[in-house]
Design a protein around this ligand. Sequence first.
Ligand SMILES: Nc1nc2c(c(=O)[nH]1)N[C@H]1C(S)=C(S)[C@@H](COP(=O)(O)O)O[C@H]1N2
Ligand SMILES: [Mo]
Length: 328
Amino acid sequence: MTRTGMHMLKKGFSFQGPAEGVHALKSWITPEDDLFLVTHMGFVEIDSDHWHLDIDGLVGNPTSLCLSDLQAMPQREFMSFHECAGSPLAPTLAKRRIGNVVWKGVPLSLVLERAKISKQASFIWTSGLEWGEYAGVEEPYQKDLPIEKALAEEVLLALEINGRPLTPERGGPVRLVVPGWYGTNSVKWVGSITAANRRASGAYTTRFYNDPTPSGVKAVWSVAPESVIVSPSPDDLLLADVPTKIWGWAWGDREISTVEVSVDGGGSWQKATVGPREDRSWQRFELPWAPASGHHFLLCRCTNEHGEGQPPSAARNAVHSVQVQVGV
Ligand SMILES: Nc1nc2c(c(=O)[nH]1)N[C@H]1C(S)=C(S)[C@@H](COP(=O)(O)O)O[C@H]1N2
Ligand SMILES: [Mo]
């Protein structure tokens, strides 16, 4: 199937990310080259002249915007961590696909206002323009947001990342960005928005991206507290009694208030210092360390301002560990 002004660059599921994993993430703002890239059905290249966004459903003024209409609207920047929830087929596997970037775009709320969204609307559905198959399912990549989040100031129809226009692989010319929520919600190649009074019924909001919990399924929306050790990495050459530091990133939808580090495989924990957050950015933590020679098992764990933390294992935000060898 071909649609006017669009073609698939690469078909099928794809993941790209730095070979060193989280140990590559040394800078506050993640350069695009180090930022993971994910698609379920493939990457689509969309001709800017053909791109348009249709807004319909529970709205008083169904609207269609072309790219220059959107570009003429007020835009804002917002810094945010960007994290993939991992495979929807293995939701308890920690993949630690993460970065911290600056998005720029038009607040979704402005576009919804322009379409005169109805008071009856309680969910906003958005769909990507690509097509193809994922895990035996062949349907558009459609996601939903509860209206309170859809209207929040940080939710953008993004045109730029880190000061540059979105590439086709990044979801350009326009993608949704939902800071604080898992990447799956940030619909790339967005082409339509529907205001509705119920959740969307497609595979990407029912079969995939719903976690089983004792009290029923829970949508993969808000990002749970998580932290990773960036340095040292398992490959680093460390020397006994030479002072170094253990540092990394901690993040979550809610601000992180404490990070603890263990240098003895979880036997004891020490409080790291935790840096500030900007918008919905990640936060840097650091602990000075003068290691003895031998093998060391390092771990980190964080909690947010509500006291929510990280499970030791079997969760996408499970505690991260690094094993290092210290020489004499
Ligand atoms: N249209 C569309 N949007 C999508 C996806 C997709 O497959 N199709 N994948 C989602 C997932 S699972 C993630 S983690 C992010 C990845 O965004 P990135 O490739 O810019 O890092 O896009 C989300 N938006
Ligand atoms: Mo993802």
